[in-house]
Write a protein that binds this ligand. Structure first.
Ligand code: AMP
Length: 218
């Protein structure tokens, strides 16, 4: 059965790093919406030119455009055994469109990880990345905008998925290996479930925010 994973969390929480590790360990592709846009921009395509200003400012690209990009990416063959989505969905409109897409292709998320870190740490990490990678949207102003956008548009998705029963909150301000070990544990629990596309996964830390299935059903 395919393993479909979503990583939620502000930029700088370590989604990309963890997604790459999950991808390497479980052999499923890392689908990063921001990376798809960066490839388009670097290639100088029409789409790349269209999104550049919005991207550089740290604002969100239109829902319609992102939904179509993700729809065609998820239709590719390499997602047959699952995928790790990183950076999409970022708005409720996108999450609803994804639900509809999942309905059509018979998929759902096995686990939704919510990587959480305080804003000041996210800010510092993004600043450091700016020095290392020189990403156009890693200016102070764009970083602030992206974090504001995260809180306003994307953070509500934690609740959106929590009520569907498969959110695993992860404390992201720790060593990369520690975070990954926790992610692996949750993925292994998910893999053991008879139907890993539904039901809650308890966090390795004894998370109390995700009630056991029995409690939720009563
Ligand atoms: P990321 O690499 O995920 O930090 O994304 C970089 C930028 O790409 C964001 O600041 C947005 O401008 C754009 N972007 C990426 N994913 C999305 C999305 N799902 N919806 C809207 N804009 C996005």
């Amino acid at each position: 059965m395919p393993l479909n994973v979503l990583l939620l969390g502000p930029q700088g929480a370590g989604k990309g790093t963890q997604a790459k590790r999950i991808s390497a360990e479980y052999g499923i592709p890392h689908v990063a919406s921001g990376e798809i846009l960066r490839v388009e921009m670097a290639a100088g395509t029409e789409l790349g030119r269209r999104v550049r200003d919005v991207y550089d400012r740290g604002d969100l690209v239109s829902d319609d455009l992102m939904v179509e990009l993700i729809r065609s990416r998820l239709a590719e063959d390499d997602t047959r055994d699952g995928f790790i989505l990183d950076g999409f969905p970022r708005t409720t409109v996108q999450a609803e469109a994804l639900d509809q897409m999942f309905g059509e292709i018979g998929r759902s998320f096995g686990v939704v990880f919510a990587l959480q870190i305080p804003d000041d740490i996210a800010f510092e990490r993004l600043r450091r990345r700016a020095e290392l990678e020189g990403r156009a949207d890693d200016t102070d102003e764009a970083i602030k905008r992206r974090l504001d956008n995260y809180h306003r548009e994307t953070e509500p998705l934690i609740e959106y998925y929590r009520v569907r029963g498969n959110v695993v909150p992860v404390h992201g301000d720790r060593a990369e290996n520690e975070v990954f070990a926790e992610i692996q544990l949750a993925l292994e629990q998910a893999a053991k479930r008879p139907d890993r596309d539904s039901g809650p996964v308890e966090g390795a830390w004894g998370n109390r925010e995700v009630p056991p299935a029995a409690a939720r059903r009563s």
